[in-house]
Design a binder for this molecule. Structure first.
Ligand code: NDP
Length: 281
């Protein structure tokens, strides 16, 4: 039976550490704050935004809330970001995605100051990660690294395989595993023999966006399996990209869905808010 990597427990540890740091900063007169911008009222986005604000409250981070109508123009949103970029009382800026179709997401994300880009999506931060400089790291892959390390799994020298090469998960995940001295292979939809590659993995990170696609036949005995995927099945239950029932008996350690990677993303966002104070010094 695999060891269960509990994202709820580890994310709470991280939020408690953030809370302590935020309180220390408050003692020296510094308030940590995060601007959360939502355009329109997409129900899934509203849930994410609500959870982010709740986490801010838990950690003692001040959230500046901007709930803008669907009709907001690109120029209006750019103006708001420029205003927040210049405000001393705003450390982090988060624009909840997806944005309505009439707004160019890339243009918006590029306008956020790299020093306030707590999502780690700005090209400057992506570049900083790839050359090992200080900066913000995308929250989900940063959370995966914390899950692996805090579960006592060694990354250095291990065969690490990432399934998926998105800018938000797969690519930064590969860079982070490399930074931890893993031997990293990135796979994608054009990989010729996916199973042959994944069966070499001591650590397998799955971010493929296909419900339960990865079964035991993709997994080496005793591997650590991290499931980034999140889907709601027809039965209303959440599941990941990994077929948990099939893989769990074969893996050495595994994350569940829900309760694995999901809670880590918000915890790392909170951690990035504290980092923002440091970067802005
Ligand atoms: P994307 O759809 O952007 O990327 C999926 C990747 O998987 C692509 O690189 C694609 O390859 C690859 N892929 C697709 N099909 C195959 C296949 N048959 N074999 C090998 N590779 C394949 O997804 P994201 O990276 O944004 O997200 C991945 C999953 O993680 C989703 O389920 C998403 O919901 C979840 N997620 C969860 C988060 C959390 O907080 N828990 C946060 C972010 C995402 P190619 O590039 O060739 O098309």
């Amino acid at each position: 039976m695999a060891k269960l990597i509990d994202g709820k427990v580890i994310s709470t540890q991280i939020k408690d550490e953030v809370k302590a740091e935020v309180s220390k900063l408050a003692d020296s007169g510094i308030t940590v704050s995060l601007a959360v911008i939502q355009v329109g009222a997409d129900p899934a986005s509203s849930v994410y935004v609500r959870n982010k604000k709740k986490a801010c409250e838990y950690c003692g981070i001040k959230s500046l809330s901007y709930e803008l109508p669907e009709s907001t123009t690109q120029d209006e949103l750019l103006d708001l970001i420029r205003e927040l970029n210049g405000r001393k009382d705003c450390n982090g800026i988060l624009v909840q995605l997806p944005l309505p179709g009439h707004i160019d997401e890339e243009k918006i994300l590029d306008e956020i100051s790299p020093l306030k880009d707590v999502d780690g999506f700005h090209p400057m931060n992506v570049g900083a990660l790839s050359i090992g400089k200080k900066g913000f790291v995308s929250c989900t892959p940063a959370g995966v690294i914390e899950l692996i390390k805090r579960s006592g799994v060694e990354i250095s020298g291990k065969e690490c395989v990432v399934i998926g090469r998105s800018n938000i998960v797969g690519k930064p995940m590969a860079m982070l595993l490399l930074r931890e001295n893993g031997t990293v292979t990135v796979t994608h939809s054009k990989t010729a023999d996916l199973k042959a590659v994944t069966n070499r993995a001591d650590i397998l990170v799955v971010a493929i966006g296909k419900p339960k696609m990865i079964d035991a036949s993709y997994v080496k005995d005793g591997a650590t399996v991290i499931d980034v995927g999140i889907h709601r099945g027809e039965d209303g239950k959440l599941c990941g990209d990994v077929d948990f029932e099939s893989v769990e008996p074969k893996a050495g350690a595994i994350t569940p869905v829900p309760g694995g990677v999901g809670p880590m993303t918000i915890a790392m966002l909170m951690k990035n808010c504290v980092t923002s104070v440091d970067l802005q010094k």
